[in-house]
Design a protein around this ligand. Structure first.
Ligand code: NI
Length: 250
């Protein structure tokens, strides 16, 4: 373990973890899992049998994907995934940023020995195993289960209308990004990169609306912390809920 864990930023164009650009809807969700839980996860995952990640994608994905995945029907996938979903259900940043309607069970992947995932877009619809109900993928999440110092390469690179952003977070932290974006994972040239990943259907379909609601919510919370509850924070809160009422689809 090195110095203090950087918590303030997600996006590094100029150096690891530097804060970049607040106009993109890439959200750093800190401390989803505490260090002891991450260590438990890794102990279990490192002992497991992993499968070729190409088994779970279509033809386009198979051409660019070189990694390993824990099979979806592996008991550990469901057990650890449930713990992640429980942690997210009470995480204020995730709830405020994602406004989740439904999140698919998390999956786990591992990159090492040059493993990478070339530029791709996630499928618009995903289906849980044995479930008839498809999920519209509004948001993609990557939860890091390894420290940035433990491997070289492996940056998640997200390309959106604002440019290209590299993401590499401390173990236990998550990045939330629009599933509409093209993204890739750079080759891992030293060590291993182990992450959980999953998709969320949001109550609010469009990224710009979700971004507005998230920023409004954050602003209200800062004002409330500074000023307490008064007429103005109450008025802003009513705008938040009325915008949400106008925009949610369930
Ligand atoms: Ni992807």
């Amino acid at each position: 373990m090195g110095g203090p864990r950087p918590r303030s930023g997600i996006i590094a164009d100029s150096g690891p973890w530097a804060v970049r650009d607040r106009t993109t809807m890439l959200i750093h969700v800190p401390e989803v899992l505490d260090p002891a839980t991450v260590a438990q996860f890794r102990e279990a995952l490192d002992r497991s049998d992993w499968a070729d990640g190409r088994a779970t994608v279509g033809a386009q994905g198979a051409q660019v994907k070189r990694n390993e995945q824990l099979p979806a029907d592996h008991p550990l996938t469901r057990a650890l995934g449930d713990r992640i979903l429980r942690a997210l259900a009470s995480h204020p940043v995730f709830l405020s940023a994602a406004l989740p309607l439904r999140t698919l069970p998390p999956m786990f992947n591992r990159y090492r020995g040059g493993g990478h995932y070339g530029l791709h877009v996630d499928g618009a619809l995903m289906r849980e195993r044995d479930s008839a109900q498809p999920l519209r993928t509004d948001l993609s999440s990557t939860l890091f289960l390894c420290e940035p110092d433990d491997y070289d390469g492996g940056e998640l690179v997200v390309v959106d209308t604002y440019g290209t952003h590299e993401v590499k977070l401390p173990a236990g932290d998550l990045v939330l990004y629009p599933s509409t974006s093209l993204h890739r994972v750079e080759p891992v040239t030293r060590g291993e990169r182990v992450c959980a990943f999953f998709w969320t259907q949001s109550l609010v379909r469009h990224d710009w609306q979700r971004t507005m609601l998230y920023e409004l919510d954050q602003t209200i919370q800062r004002l409330r912390a500074r000023l307490g509850d008064d007429e103005d924070t109450t008025a802003l809160t009513s705008h938040y809920h009325n915008l949400m009422r106008a925009w949610i689809d369930t």
